[in-house]
Design a protein around this ligand. Structure first.
Ligand SMILES: Nc1ncnc2c1ncn2[C@@H]1O[C@H](COP(=O)(O)OP(=O)(O)OP(=O)(O)O)[C@@H](O)[C@H]1O
Length: 257
C-alpha cells in the first residue's frame, strides 16, 4: 500500500507563491508523470513528498498517516545527476543504502549484519543489470550504468514511493529507452507509487499511468510571485498502460511458445 492524499497544499518562499491549492488523490501503485514549464514548482512538489521541504499550508498523507517531516526509507529518490559515491564500488554504494537505513547513527554495518546485507544488495544489483560490474567504481561505468546504480541504491530500501527528478535527462536516446524498460519493470515488480518529474512530455506519456500538468492559472504581470502553480490537467492513462502490458505479455508468450 502506498496511497497518497494531498489536501489544499501550498508552498511559498517569502512573498513568492510557488504552489497553491493542490488537491490530489493517488492510489497505491500509480505511476504519475509531472510535467509543466520551467520554474513552476515540480521539483518543489517532489521535495515536499520526500520531506526535504515542508508545505506552508495543507496536508499530505501516505496510507492515511501524515507524511513524516523528514526523508525516510518509505520514500526513495533518484535525481538527474548521479548521486553515487565515486570512491565506493557498485556493491559498496548499494550497501550504503542499507547501512543508512539500518544504522542511521553510524551509517555503517559491521560483521554479521554487513554479511547478511550483501546478498540483499547483490539481488538488487542483479535486478538493475549490473551483476558483472559489482566490484567496479562509478568512474568505470557509463552514464546509464551509473544511473542504474543510483536506482539500485534507492531500490534496496524497498521504498513504497519512488520519486524521480528528471532521472533520464542526462542520458543519450538509446540508453534512455533501456532505462524506460528497466524503470517500468521495477515499478511493476515492486508495486511502488511513482512520481516522476520530466521535461519530456513524450517520456511522461510513454511511461506513466497518469500525467499531471502543473501551471499557473492566475498571473499578475505586476507581481510575478503573487500566484502559484496548480495541477491544470490530470490525465489518466490507465487504459493505455493496461493495453500495453497485455501486449507485452502476449509478446513474451508468443516468443516463448
Ligand atoms: N529553497 C528555495 N528558496 C527560494 N525559492 C526557491 C527555493 N527552491 C525553489 N525556489 C523557487 O521555486 C520556484 C519553483 O522551482 P522548482 O525547482 O520547483 O521548479 P521546476 O518546475 O522544478 O523547474 P525546472 O523545470 O526548471 O526544474 C522557482 O521560482 C524557484 O526559484
Amino acid at each position: 500500500m502506498s496511497a497518497v492524499e494531498i489536501r489544499n497544499l501550498w508552498k511559498e518562499y517569502g512573498d513568492q507563491v510557488v504552489l497553491e491549492r493542490i488537491n490530489l488523490s493517488v492510489p497505491s501503485g500509480e505511476f504519475c508523470a509531472l510535467i509543466g514549464p520551467s520554474g513552476c514548482g515540480k521539483t518543489t512538489f517532489l521535495r515536499m513528498m520526500l520531506g526535504m521541504e515542508q508545505p506552508t499550508r495543507g496536508t499530505v498523507t501516505l496510507d492515511g498517516a501524515p507524511l513524516p517531516k523528514e526523508p525516510g526509507p518509505d520514500r526513495g529518490v533518484v535525481f538527474q545527476r548521479y548521486s553515487v559515491f565515486p570512491h565506493l564500488t557498485v556493491l559498496e554504494n548499494v550497501l550504503l543504502g542499507l547501512e543508512f537505513e539500518r544504522s542511521p547513527l553510524l551509517g555503517k554495518l559491521f560483521g554479521a549484519r554487513r554479511r547478511a546485507s550483501v546478498p540483499e544488495a547483490n539481488a538488487v544489483i542483479e535486478e538493475v543489470g549490473l551483476r558483472d560490474s559489482v566490484d567496479k567504481y562509478p568512474g568505470e561505468l557509463s552514464g546509464g550504468m551509473q544511473q542504474r546504480l543510483a536506482i539500485a541504491q534507492t531500490l534496496v530500501r524497498r521504498p513504497k514511493v519512488l520519486l524521480l527528478d528528471e532521472p533520464f535527462g542526462a542520458l543519450d536516446a538509446g540508453t534512455k529507452v533501456q532505462m524506460y524498460e528497466l524503470v517500468r519493470r521495477l515499478w511493476r515488480e515492486n508495486g511502488m507509487t511513482v512520481f516522476m518529474v520530466t521535461h519530456d512530455v513524450k517520456e511522461g506519456f510513454a511511461l506513466a499511468t497518469r500525467v499531471l500538468a502543473f501551471d499557473k492559472v492566475r498571473r499578475d504581470p505586476q507581481a510575478p510571485g503573487a500566484y502559484g502553480a496548480n495541477i491544470t490537467y490530470d490525465l489518466p492513462l490507465n487504459a493505455k498502460a493496461e493495453r500495453r502490458d497485455l501486449m507485452e505479455r502476449l509478446r513474451v508468450k508468443s516468443e516463448a511458445g
